[in-house]
Design a protein around this ligand. Structure first.
Ligand SMILES: Nc1nc2c(ncn2[C@@H]2O[C@H](COP(=O)(O)OP(=O)(O)O)[C@@H](O)[C@H]2O)c(=O)[nH]1
Ligand SMILES: [Mg+2]
Length: 611
């Protein structure tokens, strides 16, 4: 089992010296650090605890100017060693680091009261009391305080034992199968190529794995892995990892980027977040404030949009939307810290609730309620609510980074691969009903509305249209009538033609077997082509060619006659039928050709037989 432990505390209080004394590794690795005797960037060491637990150690700079480096180092810590020099006691970065540890919810740790060799009993008691007070109401309130001296090695065994105890009570890092390595260092190693380091969380990675660089949308492959200076085939979460990656140049990656299992992290420039403002914050967190966001190993400028009220007061909590100056890799539930750039101070921290939110109108209670439900675990349901036009399951999976099984329980209208939240689905059905009602009223003779017209009028995205229609038919909201769509109770209303329809039928029926041409009948009756189509659809007339139509009864009789003649004489000719119908050649020929095309009859020479 392995854990990652970080240092915290004011500059010069002996953090790096302590780590060196504990591990034999000098965490100040930079030339400049050695020269100035000061930690500037993150340093790394590792050791085995008496219990056998392996720990990776991240040593952070204490100087206020390098707080951003410290913030990159605290991501993924299982425990902290808060270092306070016994001779100086609690100083500004003691408090600030403690606040950060608290905001990031690191709950395990010990306090090393260093430079024991420089103070007497009485002073030590005083400083111990001061440290206890500082720890109150923080996530480290229960941390043991162990006096040590790195110079004389006094107390180092007790410190190690205390840390071992704490780690014994610490849960191993969860492996949720979605490994990610927020990068804290990138360098090239001769013979290896590009190496990145970081604290691995949420899953393991193995040599040969493909990982996605987020942001960046690039795929890299893991060629080699090291943990605590040893080659490993698989790196487990909760450990420091150095990964040798191929498929990318050193200068294409930087601290703050994340290597993750492909498609498990969002690239975002906007997040909704629950924040808590520090009790000792120098000012309220105001709407519109320009701040710096730290999450994982990334640092990015941002603007805060208060979703309730105009400010969140020190000690209070609230909802914010953050507009980021640059895209970052994020996942819901990730922790973060907000600082004001100048004068530099830590202000607040919290967790992301939604990493791909819409822009919100401020002071909207529904937005906050949705976020509350989201953080309570209903992520997919709340995500679905955002899509007024429905969403494909694959897109919802991508948006929520959730596995497919999570969608079975959703309160949703599901048609094939499409999902609608109940509200958008009902709204869609209402819109379609309304559009169809309007259309039917304007076009009583038409059987329905052309599909594409309905789609564009009801504002349904083309990709969702097929599923939407299927769903609406299933819900009996609409009916599909050939290529057209209608409300189920819509009837073509020939009566609505002011009698033109019946006049036309009258014209045709006057000499049923020798009807006038359609054009002539239309002209005499005043019926338009729409009326003709409506009568045809209703079955009141049968159109056998472009200009010949029979009334339904005449047509039925004529067909019966054809069958009768063929039955008695084996076949039928145009002349035979013309004689029996007492009609001219034109309608008779049209009728027979029509019957051919309907496969009722078949031509054999000059005659026709039944099929
Ligand atoms: N006397 C004494 N000096 C110490 C002890 N620990 C560290 N120092 C000194 O304190 C100074 C700052 O130590 P350093 O580890 O760089 O502090 P950091 O900034 O917290 O990492 C150095 O000069 C150390 O030699 C200690 O236990 N006793
Ligand atoms: Mg140091």
């Amino acid at each position: 089992m392995s854990f990652v432990v970080g240092t915290a505390g004011h500059i010069d209080h002996g953090k790096s010296t302590l780590i060196n004394a504990l591990t034999g590794i000098d965490p100040d690795r930079l030339e400049e650090e050695k020269r100035r005797g000061m930690t500037i960037d993150l340093g790394f060491a590792h050791m085995q605890m008496p219990s056998g637990i392996e720990i990776g150690i991240v040593d952070v700079p204490g100087h206020a100017r390098f707080i951003r480096n410290m913030l990159a180092g605290v991501h993924g810590l299982d425990a902290v060693i808060l270092v306070v020099a016994a001779d100086e006691g609690v100083r500004p970065q003691t408090r600030e680091h403690l606040e950060i540890v608290d905001l990031l919810e690191v709950r395990h740790g010990v306090v090393a009261l260093t430079k024991l060799d420089l103070v007497d009993e009485e002073w030590l008691e005083m400083v111990t009391a001061e440290v206890k007070t500082a720890l109150e109401r923080t996530s480290l309130a229960a941390a043991r305080i162990v006096p040590v001296s790195a110079v004389t090695a006094t107390g180092l065994n007790f410190l190690t034992a205390a840390l071992d105890d704490v780690l014994g009570e610490t849960q191993a890092r969860a492996d949720i199968g979605r490994p990610r390595l927020p990068i804290d260092r990138v360098f090239t190693m001769s013979g290896f190529g590009t190496v990145v380091t970081g604290t691995l969380v949420d899953g393991s990675i193995a040599v040969g794995d493909e990982l996605e660089l987020v942001p960046g949308d690039r795929i890299v492959r893991v060629r080699g892995l090291q943990q605590h200076n040893r080659q490993v085939e698989v790196a487990l979460p909760g450990g420091r990892v150095a990964a040798n990656v191929i498929g990318i140049d050193r200068n294409e990656m930087k601290r703050g980027d994340v290597l993750a299992r492909p498609h498990t992290m969002a690239t975002t420039r906007r997040v909704d977040a629950r924040v808590r403002v520090l009790r000792d914050a120098p000012r309220p967190l105001r709407h519109g404030a320009e701040l710096t966001l730290h999450s994982g190993t990334v640092e990015v400028g941002c603007r805060a949009i208060a979703l309730e009220g105009d400010a969140i007061l020190p000690g209070a909590e609230g909802w914010l939307q953050l507009y980021l100056d640059a895209p970052i890799a994020a996942r819901a539930d990730d922790r973060f810290v907000l600082r004001q750039p100048s004068p530099s101070a830590t202000l607040a921290g919290g967790r992301f609730a939604d990493v791909s939110p819409r822009k919100h109108s401020r002071h909207d209670a529904a937005v906050r309620e949705s976020l509350e439900r989201r953080v309570a675990g209903n992520i997919a349901q709340e995500e679905l609510r955002k899509y007024a036009h429905g969403i494909a399951i694959s897109a919802l999976m991508k948006a929520t980074l959730a596995p497919v099984t999570d969608f079975d329980e959703l309160d949703a209208k599901r048609v094939g691969e499409w999902l609608w939240a109940p509200e958008p689905w009902n709204a869609l059905a209402a819109r379609v009903r309304e559009e169809l009602a309007t259309y039917h009223a304007a076009h009583p003779l038409r059987p329905g509305m052309p599909r594409e017209e309905l789609r564009s009028r009801a504002g349904i995205p083309p990709a969702a249209f097929g599923a939407a229609l299927t769903g609406l038919v299933a819900d009996a909201v609409i009916e599909q009538r050939g290529p057209e769509i209608a409300l189920p109770d819509h009837q073509v209303a020939v009566e609505a033609t002011d009698g033109a329809g019946s006049k036309l039928l009258e014209e045709l029926g006057r000499t049923p077997f020798a009807p006038p041409s359609i054009a002539e009948a239309m002209q005499k009756s005043g019926a338009g082509s729409e009326v003709v189509r409506a009568l045809e659809r209703r079955g009141d007339l049968v159109r056998v060619s472009d200009d010949v139509a029979f009334t339904k009864s005449a047509y039925d009789e004529a067909v019966a006659l054809v069958k009768e003649i063929v039955a008695s004489s084996g076949s039928i000719t145009v002349a035979q039928l013309r004689d029996r119908m007492g009609a001219s050649r034109r309608p008779v020929l049209a009728l027979l050709e029509h019957l051919d095309s309907r496969h009722v009859t078949r031509r054999v020479g000059d005659a026709r037989v039944l099929r």
